[in-house]
Design a protein around this ligand. Structure first.
Ligand SMILES: Nc1ncnc2c1ncn2[C@@H]1O[C@H](COP(=O)(O)OP(=O)(O)OP(=O)(O)O)[C@@H](O)[C@H]1O
Length: 642
C-alpha cells in the first residue's frame, strides 16, 4: 500500500541538485487536497455563527449600551426588574448593559492572548524541530515540563512578575498557553518530517525555513487550528480568572471576569448580578469548543463517511458479471475528500476457485482496489460502488465484522510489519478462530499448528510459542498465509506477497498459494507489479493503469503475448521471458511515467505515453470493449489498423 506521502513523483532525480534557494521542490503530497477541505459540520456552523454573534455584540454594545452601562440609577444592588433585567450593581449601574459592553474588551484580550500563545508556541515548536538533535531533545523536554505545569499557575507567576493589569494578564495567559502549541507543533512536525516529500525537499537543497513554511506547516495546520479554538476557550476562562482574582483588568475598566467578581459580592442579595458575566463566559467558551470539535470532526476522515466510508453509486451500464461469480465489483471508485479519484470506476469479478491477477505500475490503484474489497481502506479515502459483493455478503453495507474477518483473508507485502512484535505467534494465529468462530483455545492452537505445518514450517509447535522477530522473513510470510487461510476464507487477497522476499522464497510462496488454491478451492486476488509472476500463478489478469482497468485477459493469452492494449503490450515488452526459445530482441522500457491522480489527462490516461495514440485519445476516455472470449480492452486504437 502506498504511503500518501510518496504518491506523486518528485520532480527530477535527486542528483539534479540545483540552487538551494530556488531548489526544485517536490510536488505537494496528495494529502493536500484532503487538507484544503473543511467539512461544515453542524457543530462547526453553530459554533462559528454563535461566535460571530458574540463578536457583533462586542462591536456594537459600547455604542448602543455604553451610556446605560455608566449611568448611575441611584438604586444600588437593585434586583431583577423591567428596567434592569439583571438588576444593578453597587453603584446602581445596569448589569446587563455592563455585561454586553464588557464583551469587546474580553474578546479582544482573549483573542490577543490566544494569538500570542499560538505564534509563540508555533515559533518555539518549529525552532525546536529545525534545531540540531541535542537542542531538540532539550527543547522537547523543557516543553514537556512547561506543559505539565498548569497554565493558570504559570499565568499567576507571570502576572505577579509583570504586575496587575490587562496587558500583563494577556501576556501571562499567552505565555502560559504557548507550551501546548509548542508541543503539538514539534510532535506534528516530527511526524511529517519523516515523510518522503520532506526528505526529497531537503535532498534537493530547499532551505529549512522553506521546508517549514511550504511543506511542514500546511500539513499540520488542521490540528493547530483545532488547538487554537480550544485555546480560545481556555484563555477566556483563564483571563476571567485573573480579573476575578484582581490581577487582570483594573477599575474603572471591566471585563466579564471583573464583573463576575463584583457580582459574587452580592450573590445573596442579587444573584442575577453574577449571572450575566457567568453566562457570557460559559456560552462563549462552549461556542469556541463547538468550533474546535467541529474542526476536529471535519478533519477526521472517518467522520461523515456514511456507511464506513462507503456509499453506493449508479450502476455501470452494459457490464454484467457471469452467473455464479464469487466476488462482483461494479463501478468501484476510491477518492480523496477533495474529489481526486485514485481508483476510477473499476468493474471486475472473481469466480469461485479462480486466481485473478492484478498488475500495473506502482500507483495504478491495485492495492486500493483490493483494500476496498477487504474493507481495509486507509483513513482519508472514500469508496463508492454501484455494487460490491462476495457471495451473499454485501460489502458496501455495514458488513458484519465476523463475516469479513472469516470470509476474506489478506496477505500483505511486508511480513515483518504484519504481525504484532509484542505477541507470540500462537495468539495471533488463533485470534480470528477464537473471536469469530468461537473455537476453544486448545482446538484453535491445534489448528494453528496444522496450518503452519501445511505451509511447510518446520517444528510448528515451537513456532507458535515464538515472537515474530524470531522467524525469518520467508517463515513470517508463510505464517501470514497460514493465518489468512486458517479461518477458511472464500477469497484470499494477496497484495504483492512476494516482493519483500528473495527469489527462492518467492517461488516457494507462489507454489504454496497455488497448492492452497487447488486443495481448498480458495479464490484469490493476486496483486503484483510483476507481469511475469502473475503469468505463472493466475488464471485471468486485470491490467490497471492510472486507477482504471485497461485490459482483462486470460493468462494463456498473456503468456504468448496476445495482448490488445498498448499498455499491456508495453509491460510485456519490458518483461524478460526465460521460456522463450527464439530471440526476441532487446527488452524495452515503457517510456514516461504514469500521471499523478490529480493530474490525469481528460481522455485516455495512457495517451501521452502511447505509441499508437489517436486524436480522440486526448479527449475521450475509452470504455472497455470486448476483444474476444473473456477478454476486453479499454482502448480507442483496438481494432484500428496501424
Ligand atoms: N491513503 C492514501 N491517501 C492518499 N493517496 C493515496 C493513499 N493511498 C494510496 N494513495 C494514492 O493512490 C494511488 C494508488 O495507490 P495504490 O497503493 O493503490 O497503488 P498500487 O498500484 O498498489 O501501487 P504499489 O504497487 O506501489 O503499491 C497512488 O497515487 C497513491 O499515491
Amino acid at each position: 500500500m502506498h504511503d500518501p506521502a510518496d504518491g506523486e513523483e518528485p520532480h527530477g532525480p535527486p542528483g539534479a541538485r540545483s540552487d538551494p534557494i530556488d531548489g526544485e521542490e517536490p510536488q505537494d503530497p496528495p494529502g493536500r487536497e484532503e487538507r484544503a477541505v473543511i467539512r461544515w459540520t453542524a457543530g462547526l456552523k453553530a459554533g462559528l455563527a454563535g461566535l460571530a454573534a458574540v463578536a457583533l455584540v462586542g462591536l456594537a454594545a459600547p455604542y448602543l449600551f455604553g451610556e446605560a452601562a455608566q449611568q448611575l440609577s441611584g438604586a444600588a444592588r437593585e434586583g431583577v426588574s423591567a428596567g434592569h433585567w439583571l438588576g444593578t450593581d453597587a453603584l446602581g449601574r445596569d448589569v446587563l448593559a455592563r455585561t454586553l459592553v464588557a464583551t469587546r474588551l474580553t474578546l479582544l484580550m482573549t483573542a490577543a492572548a490566544t494569538a500570542i500563545a499560538g505564534v509563540l508556541g508555533i515559533l518555539i515548536g518549529t525552532t525546536v524541530w529545525v534545531a540540531g538533535p541535542r537542542v531538540r531533545e532539550t527543547g522537547l523536554r523543557l516543553i514537556d515540563v512547561m506543559v505539565s505545569y498548569p497554565a493558570v499557575i504559570l499565568a499567576l507567576v507571570v502576572a505577579a512578575i509583570l504586575g496587575a493589569g490587562p496587558v500583563a494578564a494577556v501576556l501571562a495567559i499567552g505565555v502560559a498557553w504557548s507550551p501546548a502549541f509548542a508541543r503539538l507543533t514539534a510532535s506534528l512536525a516530527a511526524s511529517v518530517a519523516g515523510r518522503d516529500f520532506v526528505a526529497t525537499a531537503r535532498l534537493l537543497g530547499v532551505p529549512p525555513y522553506r521546508v517549514l513554511t511550504r511543506h511542514l506547516l500546511p500539513n499540520i495546520a488542521e490540528p493547530l487550528l483545532v488547538l487554537l479554538s480550544v485555546a480560545f476557550a481556555g484563555t477566556l476562562t483563564a483571563l476571567s480568572g485573573l480579573s476575578f482574582l484582581g490581577l487582570g483588568v483594573q477599575p474603572p475598566a471591566y471585563d466579564w471576569g471583573a464583573l463576575l467578581d463584583t457580582g459574587l459580592e452580592a450573590i445573596y442579595t442579587n444573584p442575577a448580578e453574577a449571572v450575566g458575566p457567568a453566562v457570557a463566559i460559559t456560552l462563549t467558551g462552549v461556542l469556541a469548543g463547538f468550533v474546535g470539535d467541529g474542526l476536529a470532526a471535519g478533519s477526521d476522515p472517518r467522520a461523515g463517511r456514511g456507511r464506513d466510508g462507503w456509499s453506493p453509486s449508479a450502476p455501470v451500464p452494459g457490464r454484467r458479471a457471469p452467473d455464479g461469480a464469487l466476488l462482483v465489483v461494479d463501478g468501484l471508485s476510491v477518492e480523496l475528500p477533495g474529489g481526486v479519484r485514485l481508483v476510477d470506476g473499476v468493474s471486475f469479478h472473481v469466480m469461485p476457485g479462480e486466481i485473478v491477477g492484478v498488475v500495473g505500475e506502482s500507483g495504478s490503484g491495485k492495492s486500493l482496489t483490493a483494500m476496498a474489497v477487504a474493507r481495509l481502506l486507509p483513513d482519508g479515502v472514500r469508496a463508492t460502488a454501484a455494487g460490491l459483493r462476495l457471495g451473499d455478503l454485501d460489502l458496501t453495507g455495514r458488513a458484519e465484522p465476523a463475516r469479513l474477518a472469516t470470509e476474506i483473508g489478506v496477505v500483505y507485502q511486508d511480513p515483518s510489519a504484519s504481525f504484532n512484535p509484542a505477541l507470540r505467534m500462537g495468539g495471533q494465529l488463533t485470534e480470528v478462530l477464537r473471536r469469530h468462530r468461537g473455537v476453544g483455545r486448545a482446538e484453535a492452537r491445534e489448528r494453528a499448528v496444522k496450518a503452519l505445518e501445511a505451509v511447510r514450517i518446520l517444528q510448528p509447535e515451537t513456532v507458535v510459542r515464538r515472537h515474530p522477530h524470531e522467524l525469518s522473513g520467508g517463515m513470517r510470510q508463510r505464517a501470514m498465509i497460514a493465518s489468512a487461510v486458517l479461518p477458511g476464507p472464500r477469497l484470499l487477497i494477496a497484495d504483492e506477497p512476494t516482493t519483500a522476499l528473495d527469489v527462492t522464497v518467492q517461488a516457494e510462496v507462489l507454489e504454496l498459494l497455488k497448492e492452497i488454491n487447488t486443495a481448498e478451492g480458495t479464490a484469490m486476488m493476486f496483486i503484483s507489479h510483476d507481469i511475469g509472476v502473475v503469468g505463472t500463478l493466475c488464471d485471468r489478469v486485470l491490467v490497471m493503469y492510472a486507477g482504471r482497468i485497461v485490459e482483462e485477459l486470460p493468462v494463456a493469452d498473456l503468456r504468448v503475448g496476445r495482448a490488445a492494449h498498448p499498455y499491456t503490450r508495453a509491460l510485456l515488452a519490458a518483461t524478460p521471458r526465460l521460456d522463450e526459445d527464439e530471440e526476441r530482441g532487446p527488452l524495452t522500457t515503457v517510456p514516461g511515467r504514469p500521471p499523478a491522480p490529480s493530474a490525469r489527462p481528460g481522455g485516455c490516461a495512457f495517451a501521452p505515453r502511447c505509441p499508437v495514440a489517436l486524436p480522440i485519445c486526448a479527449t475521450d476516455p475509452p470504455a472497455p470493449v470486448p476483444t474476444g472470449e473473456g477478454r476486453s480492452a479499454a482502448c480507442h486504437a483496438v481494432g484500428v489498423p496501424s
